[in-house]
Design a protein. Sequence first.
Length: 363
Amino acid sequence: TVDAPRTLEIAAIPADGIGHDVVGAGREVVDALAAASGGRFSVNWTEYDWGSDYYAKHGVMMPADGREQVADKDAIFFGAVGWPTVPDHVSLWGLRLALCQGFDQWANIRPVQFLPGITSPLRAADEKDLDWIVVRENSEGEYSGFGGRNFAGRPDHQEFSVQSAVFSEYGSERIIRFAFELAMTRPRRKLSKVTKSNAQQHGMVLWDDVFDRVAADYPEVTTESVLVDAMAAKFVLKPGDLDVVVASNLHADVLSDLGSALAGSLGLASSANLNPERRFPSMFEPVHGSAPDIAGKGIANPLGAIGSAALMLEHLGLPEEAAAIHRAIEETTRRGVLTPDVGGTATTADVTRAVIDHLALVP
Ligand code: ATP
Ligand code: MG
């Protein structure tokens, strides 16, 4: 069957720091693939200058109608937020979380894999296989924004602050069911649930209950329950024992940084913030932040962002194109074209060029 040619409408939001370098790299790869696709698809990019520079001029990270401006796009390709001139919680909530939560991107997918030619801290160990997906609850939990500061500026009182984690049955069930469905698509069909329910009486205890209930619908999936501290150790000591890992907003955020470091660098890790119902655009971004220490130096590792572009194409119904990007990434690392974070001397542009040179739609 020959699909009708498609034009993808994509919002590009590089935001801050190396977000500019890596979003540019991802766009180049997608454009090269579109050019090679024989008319199968093309991309119409719209770039938005939102972020910490925008904040310096306007006092906000994005315009008040920012969300409406991108609501009709097929997807959002995002860089990273965070710059020393803006408090981190302001930049995060003012842009990235505003989009994530505003578009109900409640499932955050973070693959963790070994790549050929990359020296991982685990490569020396027996565990040769590192191939997981961290599924992060992305709409509530510890990042529900619920709470407040009390007695601020009152000389007669000590200030205290409350930040409540909210775990709803609805929110827990949909992410846990999503993780079971994902596990069903993978050869090993294993799902590990992460909580800290032993130290809580309420929130994550609900997760345990919901998990047990949903698990009854998926008898083919092997499950385990691991506390988050034990899981951090297991990531390092028994990586080959894991497949799909589902965790709360905060826990999965921490664990996926650990996972990408174990794979070799934070710069390698990709991420998809999905609105699975497709009522709103989903958002694709590298796991890493804006890395002010290497911003503007041209040496940021673009592979996390390029891999995120592949997740975006897969989401938009172009799985062969996504696979072509993954193969080109592997060929690039296998040949040793590596940025300094993974032990090489190549620039962002060198790595991007190498990925483009190895794009081939037929394996
Ligand atoms: P955030 O709060 O947004 O998660 P962060 O403070 O955790 O950000 P990152 O910006 O993610 O920090 O990066 C931490 C460090 O990892 C950086 O200072 C940088 O040295 C390194 N790093 C991150 N991403 C990359 C990349 N793509 N290429 C090379 N090095 C990177
Ligand atoms: Mg971080």
